[in-house]
Design a protein around this ligand. Structure first.
Ligand code: ZN
Length: 590
């Protein structure tokens, strides 16, 4: 009997998007960040079943079932967790280890050798960059104004001339077939082993866990005949459609969005100038897999494509793919520079940040594109423009969002709101958009804990899962495990405090592994609920204050009780002093 490892579970989990899987059983409709539908586990007329694409969890507010994709499949198919995992692995064509299946372990062994070769290669190239013979590469990085910290962060390097890498790898003891498998070396017609990347500036490509999986190489010589950029071919450990350059760094960023650029150099140059939240697509148009990957790390994705390169269609396509995956997709409007690298060097980080802050949504982008076709001083053109934006606006499901756009359009293009409404009223499409689906929150009392306290505790867990970096320290310093009244929250909190994690994803992974249906449905409820947090910092502060106040009040009561007993003068004085301090502290807490 095979016990599947946590790695396998994680691989299968991330290969099966919960929205895709559940959609095969339930009709889901998006509203805001989440999806809603009629619960398949209990009979109902209005939807209380909710799915969070961000957190990959589902929850029913009616019958309180909830959990991750494995829980869903095992519940709906009435199969065990293990069977659910096997079913989902098959769907995603992931080969699970079996006793007979030696191919699996063979591949695993080869993969692990390939990772080793890749990291050795990255180090080899990187060290060469600093050698005297790498003058051409050194001059190039100097010209591109890359500093040493950046060269180190990205492990930028310089490749050899003929088969230096091959020889180096052989001295390290790697086998020919392992080296060939990475694509770093090929065998020519005469049977010689030749390096694929020669005399190029090398950019290692890493996956989200920071393992080197491939390389990109830029030519340095002034030679028209060779390609400007070449990349590793796809292989056992590398798929260009499923990875993004620099995501390993961007996923650690504290910034609230991720900026997607086209070239390695754009990502690197922006990183050096303080934007650690930039990733580059690997020479392909954005794919669904990449969009899904991005959404895992950030809700808001900002496209920053070259002004001349990609063109409107690529932007439109990119935004659409991102929105489909539930991202808040925006596009950055850049003028007077051909790419982000040029822009940030020319105008500085401050100006680039303003561009990020002013990035526009898909709807705004479509309206802008429509606007470019017409001359709004011409009455006929204005009517046609109005018609076109009505079409665009009718695709916006959310009423409030649509109102905001109408407001913006009327201000920006000097068209009266009434005119927009009148046009919109003519087009029936506007009204046929579905009414907003709201989950019905039924209150089923599980334990007799005050609902306000429960909500507050849920919020703590929510903050820890979603904003770990900001919240862990202040919360863990001020809130004790025993402060929790709900058993579920207490256990979850203890699990988080006891574990040694350092990212949102890891927390969620650890919680996902708590084997209790009650905990899982409780977590899912927390994750799909909306707490209306406007500022994370303020939210954390408020919650910490509540507990601090409670602790102080508890101690105050204790002291007052204590004072009634007999004491020496010294004791009385020290208690009195403590009481005073508490009272001062209490008045300071808002
Ligand atoms: Zn239900």
């Amino acid at each position: 009997m095979i016990q599947y490892s946590d790695d396998i579970k994680e691989e299968v989990r991330s290969a099966n998007d919960i929205v895709d899987v559940i959609s095969q059983y339930v009709t889901l409709k998006r509203s805001g960040r989440n999806y809603f539908g009629l619960c398949p586990f209990h009979s109902e007329k209005s939807p209380s079943f909710s799915v969070s694409p961000d957190r990959q969890y589902f929850h029913c507010f009616g019958c309180h079932k909830g959990g991750d994709v494995f829980t869903f499949v095992s519940e709906i198919e009435r199969i065990s967790f293990k069977e659910a995992l096997e079913m989902l692995a098959e769907k995603a064509r992931i080969e699970l280890p079996t006793i007979e299946n030696s191919e699996y372990s063979k591949n695993t062994a080869l993969k692990s050798q390939m990772y080793k070769i890749n990291i050795e290669t990255a180090t080899f190239f990187h060290e060469r960059l600093y050698k005297p013979f790498a003058k051409i590469a050194q001059e190039y990085v100097k010209k591109r104004k890359l500093d040493n910290r950046t060269l180190k962060a990205f492990k930028i390097g310089y490749s050899g001339e003929y088969n230096e890498l091959y020889k180096h790898l052989k001295t390290l003891g790697f086998k020919d077939e392992e080296i060939i498998a990475t694509g770093l070396v090929y065998k020519n017609d005469r049977g010689d082993y030749i390096d694929r990347f020669r005399k190029r500036l090398m950019f290692p490509i890493m996956n989200t866990s920071g393992k080197v999986i491939a390389f990109g190489g830029r030519k340095l010589e002034d030679n028209e005949k060779i390609a400007k950029y070449i990349n590793s071919n796809e292989n056992l450990v590398y798929s260009k459609k499923k990875n993004l350059f620099a995501l390993n760094l961007a996923k650690q960023s504290q910034k609230e969005n991720i900026v997607l650029v086209e070239g390695y150099m754009d990502a690197i140059s922006l990183y050096q100038r303080g934007f650690d939240n930039v990733v580059a697509s690997l020479g392909t148009a954005l794919t669904d897999d990449q969009a899904r990957l991005l959404r895992k790390y950030s809700k808001q994705i900002i496209l920053s494509y070259d002004s001349d390169g990609a063109g409107q269609d690529a932007i439109l396509r990119g935004l659409t793919i991102l929105e489909k995956q539930g991202c808040d997709a925006r596009v950055l409007q850049m003028e007077n520079a051909k790419d982000p690298d040029e822009y940030v060097i020319k105008y500085g980080s401050g100006r680039f940040q303003i561009l990020i802050d002013n990035a526009i949504s898909l709807v705004e982008f479509k309206i802008k594109m429509a606007k470019n076709k017409y001359n709004l001083d011409n009455a006929n053109d204005k009517i046609n423009f109005l018609k076109e934006i009505t079409q665009i606006l009718s695709s916006v499901d959310n009423n409030i969002e649509r109102e905001i756009y109408i407001d913006k359009v009327s201000k920006q293009y000097g068209i009266s709101k009434e005119a927009v409404y009148a046009e919109v009223n003519k087009g029936k499409t506007y009204f046929s958009s579905n009414p907003e689906v709201k989950p019905i929150q039924k209150s089923i009392k599980k334990t007799k804990i005050d609902s306000a306290i429960c909500k507050r505790e849920n919020l703590i867990i929510y903050l820890l899962i979603n904003n770990y970096q900001e919240s862990f320290k202040p919360i863990s310093q001020n809130i004790k495990v025993d402060d929790f009244k709900s058993d579920e929250n207490k256990l979850i909190y203890k699990t988080i405090i006891d574990s040694n994690v350092n990212s949102n994803e890891e927390i969620l992974q650890i919680i996902s592994n708590i084997e209790s249906q009650e905990i899982q449905s409780h977590v899912s409820e927390i994750l799909v609920s909306d707490y209306g947090i406007k500022s994370v910092k303020k939210g954390i502060e408020d919650i910490v204050n509540i507990y601090e106040k409670e602790h102080l009040n508890e101690r105050k009561t204790e002291i007052i009780k204590e004072l009634e007993k007999k004491h020496t003068n010294e004791e009385l004085e020290s208690l009195g002093q403590e009481l005073n301090e508490i009272i001062v502290k209490l008045t300071k807490i808002k």
